[in-house]
Design a protein around this ligand. Structure first.
Ligand SMILES: [Zn+2]
Length: 126
């Protein structure tokens, strides 16, 4: 994570995955998004959905990214359905280290609801 611009970056791991330049197995993809298993899973079902177009982080999202975020959430749900995760408790079974790394108090954590409501009200993502 750095301060690259939005044009993609050779050093960006997610862009490498999206361009099939990494070992990661792409589980789902369309012309806009790719989904793969986290390399250091914090839970049995820990998947990432990233846009093919490089986006630095949630805070650089704009209002016109609303539908993109919604489609990312949709793909996240479909990978869980595909893997027959019906019990949402399963998803939250993280070990302690992962909870610290990915949980609500971590720097990276933001819920889809929060992103969408902030974008839709015209504000930026905080
Ligand atoms: Zn990238």
């Amino acid at each position: 994570m750095g301060t690259q611009d939005a044009s993609g970056d050779e050093d960006c791991l997610f862009c490498q995955i999206a361009n099939n330049q990494s070992e990661a197995e792409i589980l789902l993809s369309d012309d806009e998004l790719v989904c793969f298993r986290d390399m250091k899973p914090g839970a049995v079902h820990h998947y990432l959905v990233v846009p093919r177009r490089h986006i630095d982080n949630c805070k650089t999202l704009q209002r016109d990214n609303v539908s993109l975020v919604e489609r990312m959430e949709e793909m996240g749900r479909s990978i869980l359905q595909k893997n027959q995760v019906c019990d949402l408790d399963d998803i939250s079974k993280m070990n302690m280290r992962s909870q610290l790394r990915y949980g609500p108090q971590s720097h990276w954590f933001i819920t889809v609801d929060k992103v969408l409501s902030q974008l839709k009200t015209g504000g930026k993502v905080k």
